[in-house]
Ligand binder design. Structure first.
Ligand SMILES: Cc1cc2nc3c(=O)[nH]c(=O)nc-3n(C[C@H](O)[C@H](O)[C@H](O)COP(=O)(O)OP(=O)(O)OC[C@H]3O[C@@H](n4cnc5c(N)ncnc54)[C@H](O)[C@@H]3O)c2cc1C
Ligand code: SF4
Length: 509
């Protein structure tokens, strides 16, 4: 999030990068343009991709398929570490960085032009009274405000809605996936720096889009994660438990045995691609990065496009401030940039899986090897993720195995590893638009899916005095993944920023 007049300020968790979770196989294209000599600097980009494998998993087998990825020249990194490094670089250039402050409000002038953001008040108790630590929020005003909150940004979504930017852009709704990730320290003999493996298939069923990643960093570290598209239909599915199951696959378990899980986290990512790009300019500013949805799904990469969109917006901002030109220049240059070309080429991969796993794989192969992004059609996305959930009577509950405490873990153990921290005595940052919907709709129709899709077990049904289920929200556990804001069947949950820098404390994600 940055608000600019002549300089930029950026906010995130209690330290730059503390809320950032990614894979991450990093394509350096945008960084090469931004800092051409970065390779001579002491950056956390140290591990070039050394091999690229693609597995189809069945319950007990891993079949090697031709890899659809081309990661030559890319690097395996921790994005939270790269963000921290870039935060320092920005400060060296005189940029003011304010980690620990969350923007909670969009400021407008009398003509409805965005003039900046305000941070929320700090030190308000649950009951609304002021605690000893009270500090009023501050207004940060600028001639241009750029919103860079990542996937499903809480303020960016308001701007998109209020200014009807989706209708003005490519027109379709955004679609999402939830990524659940751990970083492990594995045994020396099993560690191959730069090795990249992606998998599809087990444990996900053929109607659920998703897959896993295993990236070998340096220092014996392994990033392992499962990405599950949020248009899954079975309300009994638990992405967290699917991830635990995935780690039990013989080919994966073997890699983890003897190792130690050191960090856990979760975050949503955009999957709408080209069809879902909103018009990213509004009076007073623009939206950049994953808040606008520039992730390339078949590559599973959005870091390079987020960075490039920030560069294009910064150039348009500079011209606007110095020469008085319009921010429309950002949109025009975006359409001429390699982001546009990449996303256009990649546009049919994700919607192809609307027809199921096998047709999806077949259509993807057609796109990659025959049409090479020049297919004469553009496929449409299916229903929005919150509408895709079936009612519970169409499915049977899924019985997930109990965690073994070595390779698979319960949620409290994982949460401890996410370093999540929120001030307990603060107004809830997860708001129910209608407090009766959980008990009156979500339980009877969908068997309370929020208790399963949330990877931090923030939503728990407990029995009230009559023995009826009552929703309890453990907001202090929230990982800020935004899945609840997306997947709640009635769109009844509003994710808002909590006090200050509350949230996960990622260091190697
Ligand atoms: C599991 C997973 C795997 C991925 N793998 C890869 C990969 O291998 N390669 C790749 O290139 N990409 C990958 N991506 C995508 C990549 O992480 C994103 O495209 C990229 O991080 C987007 O950058 P961004 O700056 O737009 O948003 P983010 O990186 O999400 O950063 C947004 C920042 O804004 C902060 N913020 C949000 N709201 C506010 C607010 N209101 N006030 C103040 N601060 C706020 C957040 O805390 C965060 O620090 C992956 C994503 C996931 C989830
Ligand atoms: S409460 Fe919502 S945003 Fe927080 S961890 Fe759970 S699903 Fe994610």
């Amino acid at each position: 999030m940055c608000s600019a007049s002549s300089d930029f300020g950026q906010f995130s968790g209690c330290a730059a990068g503390a809320h950032v979770l990614s894979g991450n196989v990093f394509e350096p294209r945008a960084l090469d343009e931004l800092i051409p000599n970065w390779r001579q600097e002491d950056s956390p980009i140290r591990v070039p991709v050394s091999s690229d494998k693609f597995w189809l998993l069945t319950k007990n087998q891993a079949w090697t398929l031709p890899s659809p990825f081309d990661n030559k020249g890319n690097y395996v990194i921790s994005l939270s570490q790269l963000v921290r490094w870039m935060g320092t670089k920005a400060e060296e250039l005189g940029v003011e960085v304010y980690p620990g402050f969350a923007a909670s409000e969009i400021l407008y002038d009398e003509n409805q032009i965005v003039t900046g953001v305000a941070t929320n008040d700090v030190g308000i108790a649950k009951d609304g009274t002021k605690r000893e630590t009270f500090q009023p929020g501050v207004e940060l005003r600028g001639r241009i405000t750029l919103f860079a909150e990542g996937c499903r940004g809480s303020l960016s979504e308001k701007i998109i809605r209020n200014h009807k930017l989706r209708e003005r852009g490519q027109g379709q709704h955004q679609t999402y996936a939830l990524g659940i990730k751990e970083v492990w320290e594995i045994e020396e003999g099993k560690h191959k720096p730069g090795s990249v493996i992606h998998t599809v298939g087990w444990p996900l069923d053929t109607k659920t889009y998703g897959g896993s990643f295993l990236y070998h960093l340096d220092d014996r570290q392994l990033a392992i994660g499962l990405v599950v598209a949020l248009n899954y239909r079975n309300p009994f599915l638990s992405p967290y438990d699917e991830f635990q199951k995935f780690k039990q696959h013989p080919a994966v378990r073997e890699l983890l045995e003897g190792g130690t899980a050191i960090q856990y986290g979760a975050r949503t990512l955009n999957e709408g691609g080209f069809q879902s790009i909103p018009y990213p300019v509004f009076p007073g500013g623009a939206i950049i990065g994953c808040s606008a949805g520039f992730l390339n799904v078949p590559k599973i990469k959005g870091t390079h496009t987020a960075m490039k969109s920030g560069m294009l917006a910064a150039e348009a901002t500079f011209k606007s401030l110095v020469e008085g030109s319009s921010m429309e220049l950002y949109w025009e240059n975006l359409k001429k940039s390699w982001i546009w070309e990449e996303l256009h080429k990649a546009r049919n991969y994700r919607p192809a899986f609307e027809y199921g796993f096998i047709p999806g794989m077949a259509l993807s192969a057609l796109e990659r090897y025959i049409f090479k992004g020049k297919s004469p059609y553009t496929l449409k996305h299916g229903r929005p993720d919150h509408e895709a959930t079936d009612t519970a009577n169409l499915h049977v509950p899924i019985q997930y195995p109990k965690p073994d405490g070595q390779i698979t873990f319960d949620v409290p153990t994982s949460l401890y590893r996410s370093n999540t921290n929120h001030e307990h005595d603060q107004p809830p940052h997860l708001r129910l638009r209608d407090p009766t919907i959980p008990e009156q709709v979500n339980v009877p129709l969908y068997a309370g899916p929020e208790s399963r899709y949330c990877p931090a077990r923030v939503y728990e049904y407990v029995s009230d005095e009559k023995g009826d289920p009552k929703l309890q929200i453990n907001a202090q556990n929230c990982l800020h993944c935004k899945a609840c804001d997306i997947k709640d069947p009635k769109q009844n949950i509003e994710w808002t920023v909590p006090e200050g820098g509350g949230g996960p404390g990622y260091t190697v994600m």
